[in-house]
Design a protein around this ligand. Structure first.
Ligand code: HEC
Length: 130
């Protein structure tokens, strides 16, 4: 009885292994689909309201989410000077359209006000409410 069971297990394992190459793609696709829906379930939808309300909320949202989500912004705490430098860095290193004049002032002010060093540390916030 034991031997039969062991044999069946071996056989089952063998069958599973030989089927692997053919089934790999669907398995991966299923895993991706699952993680995508998991993201959708745990992440707030990306729309301007994921950022704190205030002057510049929409400008920041639309200028910044062309390349990455707002999560990278929301977890940052920088001084006004550092945010300003970051805007230059984003343009020079990552190809963001240069931010100038009133738009730059609006965006940097918004970032400094809502994501400044004085704000609660990002780590202390509930990621599901943040
Ligand atoms: C042209 C693409 C692009 C745009 C537009 C853009 N970023 Fe970025 N940003 C990047 C890339 C690329 C990184 C680097 C990501 C990494 O290192 O994982 C980055 C990183 C960052 C970081 C992390 C920096 C650090 O040192 O921790 C912050 C904060 C940030 N961006 C804020 C912004 C803000 C605010 C805006 C809008 C004003 C913006 N980004 C617009 C491409 C962009």
């Amino acid at each position: 009885m034991r031997k039969t069971l062991a044999f069946l297990l071996l056989l089952g394992g063998g069958v599973a292994l030989t089927q692997m190459p053919g089934t790999q793609a669907p398995i991966l696709r299923a895993a991706w689909a699952q993680s995508a829906s998991l993201d959708a379930a745990t992440q707030p939808a990306e729309e301007p309201s994921v950022l704190p309300a205030g002057d510049g909320q929409e400008e920041v949202f639309y200028a910044c989410t062309a390349c990455h989500s707002t999560a990278i912004i929301r977890r940052s705490r920088f001084s006004r000077e550092r945010w300003d430098e970051l805007m230059t860095w984003m343009t020079e290193v990552h190809g963001m359209n240069p931010l100038e004049g009133e738009e730059r002032t609006l965006i940097v002010s918004y970032l400094a006000q809502h994501f400044g060093p004085a704000q609660a540390p990002a780590r202390g916030r509930n990621p599901f409410l943040n």
